[in-house]
Design a protein around this ligand. Structure first.
Ligand SMILES: C[S@@+](CC[C@H](N)C(=O)[O-])C[C@H]1O[C@@H](n2cnc3c(N)ncnc32)[C@H](O)[C@@H]1O
Length: 250
């Protein structure tokens, strides 16, 4: 039997958070089809003392609680040991979801989709003791310039964003090769553009007609129209993407 292409181990204080998302939609299908393997681990299991303490007050004062480095180390080592018993011989990529990390985007998802094993650590409260980050985390990842209460939503974003790039995750009819943010060649450069607008039946809707060209059957003209729309939309909404275009012979 073939082994999953990607393994995700999630470390969280709220394992129940993942129940529904991992049992729904294409992610659950990918798990059932053994394209990806996801295991959720409860950090509290590794808490200290009878109260299973996982956090403590920040040195220097201030609001909130900080996740303890010793607890996270125990939790991480347990996941590493479990991985070995599953036969995973590669070094995992240890990711901490953190608003101060590098931005998660399509390029990052493409790089990650070529790896094999991820350990995703979800922070909470004020965050994670800096020494744990320095010693054990390979990369900190942010899903956007805003602050969430915990890393769980961010972990799901990473799992779905990466997994859907694996062959077989989406049906053939829904290829991921031509979507927003995937690379396209444009005037000798490689750009990541927004997707073109799409229409379906009815042809007329509340006085608005679907563009005639899309009903013409002329595939070349349709392709050109779609590319024009991609550029137009990107220039209007995300000009930064065009500025980041790279020369083809990089
Ligand atoms: C309330 S936040 C901590 C925020 C931190 N004190 C700061 O201001 O940067 C708690 C946890 O939520 C997660 N989190 C919040 N926003 C995030 C984001 N934009 N991307 C990824 N993880 C995020 C992280 O795991 C973080 O440790």
């Amino acid at each position: 039997m073939s082994r999953p292409k990607l393994y995700f181990d999630i470390l969280t204080l709220f394992p129940n958070f993942f129940h529904s998302p991992l049992r729904t939609s294409l992610v659950s299908k990918a798990i059932k089809n053994k394209l990806i393997h996801v295991t959720v681990h409860d950090i509290r299991q590794f808490g200290i003392g009878t109260h299973k303490q996982v956090d403590d007050r920040p040195f220097g004062g201030g609001p909130g609680m900080v996740l303890k480095p010793d607890v996270l180390e125990l939790a991480l080592k347990n996941v590493l040991a479990q991985g070995r018993t599953r036969g995973l011989r590669v070094k995992p990529k240890v990711i901490l979801l953190d608003p101060t990390g590098a931005s998660f985007n399509q390029e990052k998802a493409e790089v990650f989709s070529k790896k094999r094993w991820f350990i995703l650590i979800c922070g909470h409260y004020e965050g994670v003791d800096e020494r744990f980050k320095d010693l054990f985390v390979d990369e900190q990842i942010s899903i956007g310039d805003y602050v969430l209460s915990g890393g769980e939503t961010a972990a799901l974003v990473v799992i779905e964003g990466v997994s859907r790039l694996l062959p077989g995750f989406v049906g053939e009819a829904e290829s991921t090769l031509s979507e927003s943010f995937t690379e396209v060649k444009l005037n000798g450069k490689v750009s990541r553009l927004l997707d073109y607008p799409v229409y379906t039946r009815p042809e007329g809707f509340k006085g608005r007609q679907a563009p005639k060209i899309l009903l013409s059957g002329n595939h070349g003209a349709i392709e050109n129209w779609r590319m024009e729309k991609r550029v137009e939309k990107t220039r209007k909404i995300r000009p930064d993407l065009l500025q980041r275009s790279k020369s083809r012979d990089r």
